[in-house]
Design a protein around this ligand. Structure first.
Ligand code: C2E
Ligand code: MG
Ligand code: MG
Ligand code: MG
Length: 292
């Protein structure tokens, strides 16, 4: 009997696994079709100087516009395609859509910068720099310096030498790099020092908790000091309240990104947002959500 039920559980488990695998395959297939059908859209979220109100750049964040289902956030579909060819296709779509958007904004008289997220394994592919070069060549109106690539600290750790090569080749094209979710990857100082990254992005978990957790506050402060010591700039993610902005600027981090400044918005809303943001002045204008 015991053996029987053991066997049954095993079969049940097997069937469950199978279902999961099938569901995942189905999703990957749908997503592949979605890329071809033009169902991906980009939203853009600003990074600003929280003291001078200068707009630094926008981060491009991908969404999947499923027919009759609304917008699907990347957390619900990117994990399924991590490390696959499809992730490369999505990232390349994002880079190209960003270059197209920058070209359109430029034609309207606005030179903006945008950062895009690059999957960890994608960055490590030997042909990444040459593909990037092709894309940049296809959009000659855009200065490479107006494109920034956000990579995870952890991406550089899995194959440090390849990461260094890839970063150096892309850097030679003129693009800039940011280390995303910084502080979560435990990279050593020695490693970090030799990476040609321009920006450190403090992970939003530290920003969220720094107001009541002295340990998180210390981490934020350390990242700011690290960025100063190595001549990198630093951007805090997850700036939701005026208290966040106040403590961050007091700790020496002027650049922020978060719902308190603006939510990610469709490309068509960006120039309107730029105009209204630029028309306001001072702390009180930091966005209504920051006044909580
Ligand atoms: P990330 O690069 O760290 O992006 C920041 C995420 O935090 C975004 O979520 C953004 O909407 C969200 N966020 C911004 N401000 C706030 C805030 O004040 N509070 C909170 N709680 N969250 C905030 P999103 O758009 O869902 O993206 C999630 C992750 O998916 C990104 O994290 C990035 O790692 C990945 N991702 C997004 N777009 C792409 C892409 O085009 N390619 C790749 N490879 N990854 C992408
Ligand atoms: Mg990012
Ligand atoms: Mg991040
Ligand atoms: Mg993240």
């Amino acid at each position: 009997r015991a053996k029987d039920s053991g066997k049954n559980t095993y079969h049940l488990y097997d069937a469950e696994q199978d279902k999961l695998l099938q569901r995942r395959r189905g999703k990957v297939q749908q997503l592949g079709q979605a890329v071809q059908d033009g169902q991906l859209v980009l939203h853009f979220q600003p990074q600003v100087d929280m003291i001078s109100r200068e707009i630094i750049r926008f981060e491009a964040l991908v969404r999947w516009q499923r027919p009759n289902e609304g917008l699907v956030t990347p957390g619900a579909f990117l994990p399924d395609i991590e490390g696959t060819e499809l992730e490369v296709a999505v990232d390349e779509w994002v880079i190209e859509a960003t270059l197209r958007q920058l070209t359109d904004w430029k034609a309207l008289g606005h030179r903006l910068s945008v950062s895009v997220n690059i999957g960890a394994r994608h960055l490590l592919r030997a042909d990444f720099p040459s593909r990037l070069k092709q894309l940049l060549n296809a959009y000659p109106e855009v200065a490479a310096a107006d494109l920034e690539l956000e990579i995870l600290e952890t991406a550089t750790l899995s194959d440090f030498e390849q990461a260094q090569r890839s970063l150096a080749s892309c850097r030679a094209l003129g693009v800039h790099f940011a280390l995303d979710d910084f502080g979560t990857g435990y990279s050593s100082l020695a490693y970090f020092r030799t990476l040609p990254v321009d920006v450190l992005k403090i992970d939003q978990s530290f920003v969220r908790d720094m107001l009541h957790d002295p340990g998180d506050r210390d981490i934020v402060e350390s990242v700011v000091q690290l960025s100063n010591a190595f001549n990198r700039s630093v951007v805090a993610e997850g700036v939701e309240t005026l208290a966040h902005a106040a403590l961050l600027t007091w700790l020496g981090c002027r650049f922020g990104q978060g719902y308190g400044i603006a939510r990610p918005m469709p490309g068509g809303e960006v120039l309107g947002w730029v105009a209204s943001w630029s028309a306001e002045t001072g702390w009180n204008g930091l966005g209504s959500e920051l006044d909580r």
